[in-house]
Ligand binder design. Structure first.
Ligand code: ATP
Ligand code: MG
Length: 250
């Protein structure tokens, strides 16, 4: 299984939107895929479940050390499975973060998992114990971000965390690249910021434009592909997934 953390400690950069659509797009291509929500906001879980009524969730994985296979729920997409979270997960942040095993709980829970090809982890907007668990359990990090000054400023903190996890715990962790989201085309910002980002890591050639179809798809509780396959953003996420799969082959 290839595990990808969709991470950026800055809020609102497109982590959840990218996780939902990447996971759905991979599953639609026939890959058995897990969408793992490790954010107490439960935004990606809300697309597939009623987060007010979860009988079992990522809270139980952290609290009772349940294996991930016991947390998974089917979705309308036959190849897509959700590991949901809700606000209850926030309790775990203070309860368990200072034990020696704390960074490894998610990785340990995946040990006996079989027959899944991808696991996409929607991380919270912080470098909390949840993001650390995700990075420890992952092969790759995908960084969604906007072409904005403050977004670029925040990248150094994320890079430091990734480097220290690579050095101490998970040497195989790699940044697969950055995906520009909510792009307003032909602005001065776009022209100046993308060349700066290029110096830090690969920036995917495909980016996702700013458009109402994304917000509407969240409201309709579905992926952009199920909401409107002809929308500009559906085509852009489709091309991004193609580029992403090619990048994995390198
Ligand atoms: N391409 C897009 N066009 C227009 N709006 C978008 C686009 N991508 C994301 N958004 C909107 O931007 C907001 C933030 O997106 P999203 O929730 O995916 O970010 P996030 O990084 O997961 O946020 P958080 O840090 O709170 O978890 C949402 O309201 C979403 O609908
Ligand atoms: Mg989110």
């Amino acid at each position: 299984m290839i595990t990808i953390s969709v991470a950026n400690q800055k809020g609102g950069e497109g982590k959840t939107t990218t996780s939902i659509n990447l996971a759905d797009g991979l599953a639609k291509r026939g890959f058995r895929t897990i969408l793992l929500d490790i954010d107490p906001q439960g935004n990606s879980s809300g697309i597939h479940t009623n987060t007010d009524r979860l009988e079992i969730s990522m809270f139980d994985l952290f609290h009772k050390k349940l294996p991930l296979s016991k947390i998974l729920q089917p979705t309308k997409n036959e190849n897509l499975f959700i590991a949901p979270s809700n606000i209850k997960l926030a309790e775990m942040e203070t309860m368990s973060s200072n034990t020696v095993e704390a960074p490894f709980i998610l990785r340990d829970s995946m040990e006996e998992l079989e027959s899944y090809e991808f696991c996409i982890i929607d991380c919270p907007p912080s470098l909390s114990i949840f993001t650390i668990n995700a990075l420890v359990a992952s092969n790759f990090v995908l960084i969604p971000l906007q072409a904005e000054k403050f977004s670029v400023d925040g990248i150094a903190g994320l890079q430091q965390t990734i480097t220290s996890i690579q050095k101490r715990i998970n040497p195989q962790l790699q940044i697969i690249g950055a995906l520009i989201t909510q792009l307003k085309h032909h602005t001065i910002l776009t022209k100046t910021i993308i060349p700066v980002l290029d110096k830090f890591f690969k920036v995917f050639e495909n980016s996702i434009s700013d458009g109402v179809a994304i917000g509407e798809s969240h409201l309709a509780k579905c992926s952009i592909f199920d909401y409107n396959n002809k929308s500009r953003q559906a085509k852009e996420y489709e091309s991004f997934i193609e580029e992403f799969l090619n990048e994995l082959k390198k």
